[in-house]
Design a protein around this ligand. Sequence first.
Ligand code: SF4
Length: 381
Amino acid sequence: MPKHAYLSASAAHRWLACPPSARLCAQEEDRGSPYARQGTDAHELCQYLVEKALGMPCRDPVEDLEYYDAEMQEAAEGYCSFVMEQVSGAEKLCKDPLVCVEQTLDFSKWVEHGFGTCDCVIVADGLLHVIDFKYGVGVLVEATENPQLKCYALGALDTFGDLYGMDRIRLSIYQPRRGNADTFETTKDELLKWADGVLAPTAKLAYEGGGEFSAGDHCRFCNARATCRKRAEYSMELAKYDFADAPTLGTDEIAQILPMVDSLVSWAEDIKGYALNQALSGVRYPGFKVVEGRSNRKYTDEAAVARAVSEAGYDPYEKKLLGITAMTRQLGKKRFEELLGGFVVKPQGKPVLAPETDKRPEFNTAANDFMEVNDHEQDND
Ligand code: SF4
């Protein structure tokens, strides 16, 4: 088995938590996913917009993007503005900061064959800023102590460090579809301490296929996630619950179950997806068979349908107002604001249950309103 390439920066959070996963992942086929291809398209668009904004030679990739849509355009434009703001900030530190887009960085000084491609690196006097764009929505990615960004920062330090004397290390995640722009700052000394004390020894273990299997949230990004025995044991352990002798669950019991639900659902979906693929290629699971799922009727020839309906004297088309993103693209941001700014509101989002550590403020529920009214009434007493 080739040893290179399995200790990538983008998977560092997984192999740092579970070193033997590196070898297991290398043995499993990476089946890719539409989400991954969508992310690749979004990154290409981001690269283009930033290079254009920086006056670098570039080519508009839109016609080649399979998943391009108005949401992707808006996300990439937001990312480009974020990067350009950071570049302006760096220009206050030195006249001519170095800005690298889609930069390959080599951190093999700490991780055997370790390299990765960073979305944007800004180097100014005394400051190294690493920026990563995330198009996914499933998992909120935080910048604080983010190992992927720290690996990039190490690669950048190794390449540019002596030239600019960078003591401050800034790491940013820009994740527009989660409304998340998160920045964390550390020092070169702290980063190197982590690299020598944690990264290098764990990478050595992972490279050699050693260390202990350890399951957790990071399993979601492991190629072995459906068949890994450790993850199955971990999930079954989570599902074990000592129920009180009562016909219904109490509030405290539900509160104990809630933190485990996402992990269990994700594991169950991985198992179902894997088993379906296996069954389609001939594996039989006792007690199960493959059947046809639900499907909806559809036209075989849309042009012929439109013709037939028109000839019969009806209008086959509906006229719809452009959505906000498409309308903004048509009018441009400034004109949109002038013409339509007064007609746009942002309705309250649907309530979702989140852990108390979530950064969003608490939703105003009817119960909260009631409690506040009561508090005020008591204040007035
Ligand atoms: S599924 Fe989880 S426990 Fe199993 S190898 Fe992957 S990261 Fe490790």
